[in-house]
Write a protein that binds this ligand. Sequence first.
Ligand SMILES: *Cc1c(COP(=O)(O)O)cnc(C)c1O
Length: 376
Amino acid sequence: MPELPTRLLYADRKVMDRVNDVVQPINVSTTYRYPDNPDDYVLGKDVDPAELTSARPYYSRLSHPNSSKCEALLGDVLEGEAVVYNSGLSSFYAAVTHFHPKTVAVDQCYHGVIGILNILSRNYGVKRVGLDDIHTLQKGDLVHIETPVNPYATAVDLAKLVKEAHDVGAYVLCDSTFAPPPLQQVWDFDVDMVMHSATKYFGGHSDLLAGVLVTKDKAVKTQLLEDRIYLGTNIGNLESYLLIRSLRTYEMRIKRQSSNALKIVTYLNEHQSELPALKKIYHSSLQKEAFVANQQVGGHSPVFSILLSPEAARAYPSKLKYFQHSTSLGGVESLIEWRPLSDPEIDLGLLRVSIGVENADDLIEDLVSALKQSPA
Ligand SMILES: *Cc1c(COP(=O)(O)O)cnc(C)c1O
């Protein structure tokens, strides 16, 4: 099999090119003309939605040419059957709709995931327990594991949690947004479904929202596609064009962002005694547990967090030249966020950093000089 950088350029060719442009055009049509023999288009008449949504587009809520190409490309990169969505959260909603658990086990994770579980609990009585209580789940329940976990980018022990889940017959959904392949390969840990917010590293330029679910089971993909028709959450036309364009350079970006972050975290950790404002650094590269090396086989997340005093943390983003103060992560530009602005529960001194593709030494110089101007 060709390597990732090559596949990123060619894997979508298995979905027919409708024109011979090297760059497939943006197409904004919501509807597509039927062929002269329309019989094959009748939904529910033994037509595989996977085929309806790739080879034969007819309404863009089901599929359109660039969404099908995104699916082919992401399926190849993520080594399974991919279904794309119009956001990371709509992909999570589609996954819980599919698994239909009575109880979901989850700990620290993206706050929007908890928001969806709260809606399910309000409307349908879906219960929530922590990852320490997986043994109390029933067959068919769901364990949701985010690793590395937002906002700290520390890793949790996937092999251990997956075993506990499967021992009681629960499914495992893994949110691998913070360390997509080649940084970690979560299929090696026998998870049942993988989810990514493609808004982050796959999009990579802070200009599109998208999500993706990946399964190893073709029948599950078919079910997800069928559900997506009625949930109405296919990726948008323009976004799918942008996502394909971004994926062409994904391998270079993620490797650079990950190695930049490792260099920066290593520097800050080694010089912490000279930086009294810097109270703590969170990143999987600083974890000592043996499972971390098994999981981060291709590198660590380009995200990490630092803890300062609450007053220092509030002022810190405004002291930086190369980090924009905003939420989100994964783009080519470095960002920093004083986390209490988006998470009311978090420590008032916490700052989350998303490293971009700038020169790592420039970023270190910027972070260090602002730390030196910050009160301890
Ligand atoms: C951003 C994010 C999501 C939600 O994705 P959207 O594309 O913003 O809907 C889910 N999980 C993680 C870990 C994220 O970082």
